[in-house]
Design a binder for this molecule. Structure first.
Ligand code: ARG
Ligand code: ZN
Length: 867
């Protein structure tokens, strides 16, 4: 076995990038799959890269037993093996290298490279998993065409797939068979994929805009085929959307999706062979919530869109990850907005950014969207690279306007199809297509931290003029101080005191630290609606009064800012109650009643109203606290929820009844909105966890004909100590125990319980026969649900919450380093908590740090957290 080296983790820098010394225009791979080993042979003709001055060929390789190396057909030993590398010095102009090695997918628990998931062989090569398959220049700027031959037992593995087109298949001796694949588009090795298993296929076709028919296949385990219709419909919608919105057509004859149960992330865009976590393919009303349906559609779209943004045009190096991820997230968000409700989509995307990316940007793990260095690239598949990266694309779309943006992306595809490029290259296309100078904008990619934006207004009645003063500031982040002002697009409209819009949305381009913007012909003191649609990822503070915000909440024409105004009022109210438990909240409670009444009207947008009736989460509220104390936030928040129930119980019951099921189940935005609104009513009605609450939630569960309503009932019962809780949770488990994704929900809904018994419950769940620490979905269902969505108990003063996550990280470190490193993030903001919590969090991090055999993944995040 090629030894894992014990050298200290090394930092890699963007500034050290040099082109690959050798080109590898084609790679031929052969896999012989067996139960106890896999034999891989790769053959590559290397040619010196004219763009490089080096003639040292460096091949990456990890966890392989090297069996044979041949150069130009003869046995070869002119290489050295060290630190997971095979090095050939003075390698020559051109030569062919054939390497045979043995690998062990059957014991691969890291789920990188080739591994097995419940009997199916599959691969995950992004970012650096290909080096676990064969020795190769495992870097995205080496582009090759691939031919792949797979041999395996025919009965166990009737389905053998790889990228591109099927060339040949047939039987072999001893009950074995083979397939041979060819992918004509040069690609980096991180997009290589192989699947071998006993799977069923759902088939459909799509006719492209130029009239070609593409076969669409989704492969799942037997029994899951009834849950694939939504994924298939989503794929066809995505293919059409990309033709219409970006002019991008699919060019191969086949597009495969395979769903597997063991997967570190969501899904992977391997050329023509996308591999998905089952969670993001399977969806049926009985087993999937509305949120699941939405995310299946989004991620099917996301991976499909990568075909152009990621595959045809790929990344030069991993510092450019946001080139493909930020852009592809923006594309999937816009796809979802077009398929569903635009305002709701924006609210949900911004809410996610604030809950998960803002804290990252405020933590010791803050990094820029184009990072300057990393130890382990897997740690940089972050909310910053993905979601903030998407916001940066959105801002460029806003600044250029839809037409210029489209011209810029057309230019990008025509200039770089078949190339591995940088974020700078992308932004240059924006500049070239629009004639704009994008250099100041580029600072967004290099400066970490969430900027603050302060707005204050001055009305000059004599001149009918309104002046808005904006100030921006950039926080210091690890390794970055003294930042430059950014180009911030601030979308603003003006309303008058009657709530009429007098000045339509205008995008102010802020470039200075402080800047005045003047509006003329303003007949009376206006109420400004600032940062409409959340036009920039900043923390906005304004001098608007509660009355101004109430006007915006009722009358703003911008759906996002309407919601935002209500959230700001709620935040201010919760803060007042936190400062003084006796604070007067009557106005807020009264206004809330008026909102509830809106839900009793037919024409109301129910999805939007459901969001308006939801108070900001503890995660969002925490960010406004100097010293974070989740328990006191929860106390204030819950007391307001109880006051709402007390004041408006009858109206809430009517809201609940009025929005009851109207017959056949559907997933139209209207039907989802109705369920969301009804379930918000249920949540408010059950907030006190009394006997009536438990009965009401149980009845809701019993009547449900879909998973959204069932999950709503369970989450209303989670904190309860009434007997209905166990009855319903037990029924749910018995009914759905054959559905792994539903069992995940069962774990998660118990892990988020904010009740005294949580630690005993947690211990039971941890020992439950269905808990399996090797399955990332199950780990997320138990541990991430607890640490992220149960802030009060994770931060329990006893320290038990910290201890159980710490122990899981130490255990996972040896099993699956990527998943282990992810579990560290709930600790990252330890310095922001009250001293007693702070020191316990620090100790937990310290003891992880002292674990022998720490992976690079965990080492990097824990050491940065402690720095
Ligand atoms: N490129 C995938 C996506 O579409 C993410 C895969 C990352 N996998 C990993 N193990 N780091 O977002
Ligand atoms: Zn992606």
């Amino acid at each position: 076995m090629f030894p894992d080296t014990d050298t200290a983790p090394q930092t890699i820098y963007l500034k050290d990038y040099t082109p690959a010394p050798y080109l590898a225009s084609h790679i031929a791979l052969t896999f012989e799959l067996f139960e106890d080993r896999t034999i891989v042979r790769s053959e590559v003709t290397y040619r010196r890269n004219p763009a490089s001055s080096s003639d040292t060929l460096v091949l990456n390789g990890q966890d392989q037993v090297l069996l044979a190396v041949e150069r130009d057909g003869a046995a070869f030993d002119g290489f050295t093996l060290a630190e997971q590398k095979m090095v050939i010095e003075q390698a020559g102009e051109q030569f062919t290298l054939a390497i045979t090695s043995e690998i062990h997918p059957e014991t691969n628990t890291a789920l990188e490279g080739l591994y097995q998931s419940q009997g199916t062989f599959c691969t995950q090569c992004e970012a650096e998993g290909f080096r676990r398959i064969t020795f190769f220049q495992d870097r995205p700027d080496v582009l090759s065409t691939f031919s792949v031959r797979i041999e395996a037992d025919k009965q166990r593995y009737p389905v053998l797939l790889s990228n591109g087109n099927l060339q040949e298949s047939g039987d072999l001796a001893q009950g074995r068979h083979f397939t041979a694949w060819h992918d004509p588009f040069p690609k980096p090795c991180y997009l290589f994929a192989l699947v071998a298993g006993d799977l069923v296929r759902i088939a459909d076709t799509f006719r492209t805009q130029s009239g070609r028919d593409v076969d669409l296949h989704i492969y799942v385990r037997k029994g899951d085929e009834g849950q694939c219709a939504h994924a298939m419909a989503s794929l066809k919608k995505a293919m059409k959307w990309d033709e219409e919105k970006y002019g991008r057509e699919y060019e191969l004859d086949l597009f495969n999706i395979v769903a597997v149960s063991d997967f570190n992330m969501g899904a992977m865009e391997n050329t023509s062979l996308n591999i998905f976590n089952t969670k993001l393919v399977l969806a049926h009303q009985e087993t999937a919530t509305d949120a699941d349906f939405i995310s299946v559609e989004a991620v099917i779209g996301h991976e499909y869109f990568h075909n152009w943004t990621g595959n045809r045009v790929t990344c030069r190096d991993w510092f450019q990850l946001s080139l493909k991820e930020g852009l592809t997230v923006f594309r999937d968000q816009e796809f979802s907005a077009d398929m569903n409700s635009r305002a709701v989509q924006r609210i949900d995307d911004v809410d996610q950014l604030r809950r998960l990316q803002f804290p990252e940007d405020a933590s010791p793990l803050a990094h820029s969207v184009q990072p300057d260095n990393f130890i382990e690239i897997s740690n940089f598949y972050t909310m910053t690279v993905y979601e903030k990266g998407s916001e940066l694309i959105r801002m460029q779309h806003t600044l250029l306007g839809a037409d210029n943006y489209r011209q810029a992306t057309d230019l990008y595809f025509s200039r770089y199809d078949g190339h591995a490029v940088t974020i700078n290259d992308f932004v240059q296309c924006m500049a070239d297509a629009s004639g704009r100078d994008m250099s100041q904008f580029f600072r967004w990619y290099k400066q970490a931290g969430t900027p603050s934006l302060q707005a204050s207004g001055r009305y000059d009645a004599n001149n009918s003029r309104y002046t808005l003063t904006l100030r921006q500031s950039q926080p210091d982040t690890p390794g970055q101080t003294g930042k430059q002002p950014l180009l911030i697009p601030v979308a603003v409209g003006l309303l008058n005191a009657d709530g009429m819009e007098t000045h339509a949305t205008q995008v102010l381009e802020m470039t200075e630290r402080e800047q005045d913007f003047t509006f003329e012909n303003v007949a009376s003191r206006p109420v400004p609606s600032i940062l409409r649609g959340f036009s920039a990822p900043v923390k906005l503070s304004t001098d608007l009064s509660d009355d101004d915000l109430r006007l915006l909440q009722l009358r703003d024409t911008d759906g996002f800012n309407k919601w935002e105004a209500g959230q700001t009022i709620a935040l201010r109210t919760i803060q007042r109650v936190m400062a003084d438990a006796q604070a007067d909240t009557s106005q807020f409670i009264e206004d809330f009643g008026a909102l509830i009444e809106q839900g009793l009207r037919k024409e109301t947008d129910k999805a939007l109203l459901a969001r308006a009736l939801s108070l900001p989460s503890i995660a969002v509220l925490s960010q406004a606290q100097e010293v974070v104390d989740p328990a006191s936030i929860d106390q204030a928040r819950t007391s307001i929820l109880k006051s709402i129930k007390q004041a408006h119980k009858d109206a809430l019951v009517r809201l609940y009844e009025f929005n009851s099921d109207d017959g056949a189940f559907s997933i139209t935005p209207q039907a989802m909105g109705r369920r969301a609104l009804r379930n918000v009513a249920l949540e408010l009605l059950t907030v006190s966890n009394g006997t009536g609450c438990a009965a009401r939630a149980k009845a809701h569960y019993a009547q449900a004909n879909n998973m959204t309503d069932r999950v709503a009932a369970l989450s209303c019962l989670a904190d309860s100590i009434k007997p209905e809780r166990d009855e319903v949770f037990t029924d749910f488990y018995e009914r759905f125990k054959d559905y792994q994704l539903v069992v995940d929900k069962w774990f998660a809904l118990q892990a988020i319980a904010n009740r005294a018994e949580i630690f005993e419950d947690f211990a039971k769940l941890r020992r439950h026969a269905e808990f399996n620490i090797r399955n990332p979905n199950r780990v997320r269902a138990l541990y991430s649900a607890f640490a992220v969505n149960n802030p009060v108990k994770f931060h329990d003063p006893s320290g038990q919450g910290y201890a159980l996550v710490r122990d899981a990280i130490i255990e996972l470190n040896a099993i699956n380093p990527q998943i282990a490193a992810r579990q560290v993030t709930p600790f990252r903001e330890w310095r922001r908590y009250a001293p007693a919590l702070q020191s316990q969090m620090q100790q937990a991090l310290q003891s992880i740090m002292e674990t022998p055999g720490l992976s690079n993944d965990v080492f990097e995040v824990v050491s940065k957290c402690l720095k």
